[in-house]
Design a protein around this ligand. Structure first.
Ligand SMILES: Nc1ccn([C@@H]2O[C@H](COP(=O)(O)OP(=O)(O)OP(=O)(O)O)[C@@H](O)[C@H]2O)c(=O)n1
Ligand SMILES: C[C@](O)(CO)[C@H](O)COP(=O)(O)O
Length: 241
């Protein structure tokens, strides 16, 4: 089985604040994207990496990655206007012999390679789709117009991370159905589709949940970048490359 890791990296990072696209922001001397490529590249299960770059200048991302001699061959494609489009563009660029696809946010730079391998192994063992999940730390309430409507039972709620893993045909069919539904007049707004597993769920395909990692958190807001710096400093002090 050949496994490809798609890294959607075409987002602006509005919640992180003004600056270059989020995937190109620095963390410990290298762009977030380089850390995310390292995370999947170091995983034993990954044979090929495809990056969906900011669409205005994908060649700049190609040049950037070429500066890191430890990075093997990475295919770079132009990303799209939203995450779904970026993943879809990478998906159609995959060589025919790829049968397992992992999708991993550039915005999750410190995901452990062991997590990548655990997700890939779940698909290789026969699951159609797999997501890493972590329990919620906070109490969760439904709020409308500044009023609490109700409190949810968080015991069965999980926060979902990446990498998410799929049999290639399952992910391709879900993306195709998503595009068709959009073309035919849109999708229901609730729940919005924010990840690839969400598209697969809409097709009625079972999605396996495996334990995620606190270190696979998403850099979304400025404090997340500070947290990532601290974690990276600790890893380097412990001898990590
Ligand atoms: N058009 C887009 C939008 C997002 N992404 C990618 O999807 C991942 C997760 O998205 P998120 O953290 O929401 O990133 P942004 O969309 O950049 O963030 P924001 O919503 O704050 O602008 C990121 O690696 C981001 O680069 C992408 O490839 N193409
Ligand atoms: C894919 C994802 O990282 C799973 O948690 C998430 O849905 C993407 O984040 P966004 O902030 O909703 O774009």
């Amino acid at each position: 089985m050949r496994t490809a890791a798609i890294i959607p990296a075409a987002g602006r990072g509005e919640r992180l604040g003004p600056g270059v696209p989020k995937a190109l922001r620095e963390l410990g001397g290298a762009p977030l994207l380089v850390h995310a490529v390292r995370a999947v590249d170091r995983a034993r299960s990954v044979d090929l990496v495809v990056v969906a770059a900011p669409p205005d200048d994908p060649a700049a991302v190609e040049r950037l990655l070429a500066d890191y001699e430890w990075i093997g061959e990475v295919l770079v494609v132009a990303g799209g206007l939203d995450r779904q489009q970026s993943v879809a563009r990478a998906l159609v660029s995959l060589p025919e012999d790829v049968d397992v696809v992992l999708v991993h946010d550039a915005a999750r730079p410190l995901a452990p390679p062991e997590l990548v391998d655990a997700v890939a192994a779940t698909i290789r063992r026969g699951a159609a789709a797999c997501v890493p999940v972590v329990p919620l730390a906070d109490t969760v309430k439904v709020v409308a117009d500044d009023q609490v409507v109700r409190t949810l039972d968080r015991s069965s709620l999980r926060a979902v991370q990446t990498p998410q893993g799929f049999r290639r045909g399952v992910l391709a069919a879900a993306h195709a159905a998503f595009q068709q539904a959009l073309a035919a007049g849109g999708l229901p707004e609730v729940p919005p589709v924010t990840d690839d597993a969400g598209m697969v769920e809409r097709q009625g395909v079972p999605v396996v949940a495996v334990p995620g990692s606190e270190e696979a958190f998403k850099v979304t807001r400025p404090l997340d970048l500070l947290t990532a710096e601290a974690l990276l400093t600790r890893r380097r002090a412990a001898g990590a490359r």
